[in-house]
Design a protein around this ligand. Sequence first.
Ligand code: FAD
Length: 474
Amino acid sequence: APSIVWFRRDLRVNDNPALSRAIAGGGPVLPVYVLADDEDGDWRPGGASRWWLHHALASLADALDELGLPLVLEQGSSIDTLRRLADETNAGQVLWNRRYEPAAIERDARVEAALRDDGLETWTGNAALLWEPDQVSNQSGKPFRVFTPFWKHLRSLPAETPVLLPDSRPRAPDTVPDGLAPEELDLLPKRDWADGFSNRWTPTLNGASDALQAFLDGPVNRYGEQRDIPAEAGTSRLSPYLAHGQLGPRQVWAAVHASGAVDRGVGYKYLSEIAWREFGYHLLVHFPDTPTQALNEKYRAFPWSADEETLQAWQTGLTGYPIVDAGMRELWATGWMHNRVRMVVASLLVKHLLQPWQDGARWFWDTLVDADLASNTLGWQWSAGCGADAAPYFRIFNPMLQGEKFDAEGDYVRRWVPELADLPAKHIHTPWEAPAAVLREAGVRLGETYPEPVIDHKAGRERALAALAQLRNG
Ligand code: FAD
């Protein structure tokens, strides 16, 4: 009987345990994707992710076509759709790779029970992680809350290798349901916001392997020094491929080793970042409330002062802090932001501006092509000082110093905040301190062509510390 392979955030054919297993079974194989927004709870894919998903599905369909298999696209309830397709094709089993978001875990359990009720077999595998959250615990059998021992523990485990596609040529069922055309899923944004994404990204399976290869051909060797410099392409930019499962961490792990980077002594720094991704999933599974609630309970009553106008200034890159505005505009224009700058913009929002970290996380969710509930939650709770192994709240990034240190020549700011492009490096991170003649020469009129800082650094810092003191004193 045919096997249905239910694709989700594993939009690839290589290193895909569910697909490989279905093919190895020898019967006909029917790959299916069901867009089921309502089943992701509050975290249905955001605008930028949907743009990526549209292209990732097209690319998956091409890759499956090369194997001789169709991809059936559907929309609606996962249970109803899978049941109907099983009925139409006389399928005997449904296979998929596990997801770890709380709403997906709950939904998948319901799907599994319903399909079994119908007499179908089900099988699930792991495409998303090196080691799954329930395989990993600390010496007292509890989840890890600190990264370094987590990473040390991971390195002591045997490396997982990518799952190979069987050699046998798969075949499709005799009857293949029509499904929907990609446009009918309506994933592309209505306005022209994402038009620029295509210049920046190749959201396909070939794009994923090319990006991995390009990184291993060069930047990996200087990753330790370059990874904090946002003007450089010093990081791998694999995050959107990992988020959509066009590339799996086992494949990255194996490729980094095969490239010799680990033997040359440079690979582990990079792999430790892949381990941060794993750590995010570990925390999300063990602490499923954390996408909206501080892991550290003491912070749940933090006295935020949520304000729409302040939030908007941040979202639109008009805070008056050049490095922050550059980051927010990079995000809007490309769907991605450099990690160093993510930390700086998050810190400014939750500390200087006293906005709830959840509002920042929500904005990132909608605008990042790599939006990932585990990594986003980890990043925001880290930045807000309320998560596991987080930066303490009282440690407040100084946005000017961050700019001067990591964008010393101002190239990153010049690229994304063109109205400051003619300022000399000395003043580009502190335009409000520049002499009038320098501003005039650069065509900058503060408050007109570029805003004054929304809040003075020192005042913002003191207000943040006062809020912290208020929390501590109950
Ligand atoms: P590289 O430096 O090349 O790292 C390789 C891979 O390791 C990344 O692709 C990513 O999968 C993983 N990784 C690297 N750093 C981290 C990290 N700090 N936490 C978890 N995984 C990491 N990453 C997301 O993928 N999705 C998100 O929604 C997301 N939201 C974030 C929000 C905030 C506030 C912060 C501070 C960080 C967030 N990150 C998120 C983590 C990180 O910024 C990105 O993974 C990274 O910038 C992606 O670029 P890269 O692929 O070039 O990274």
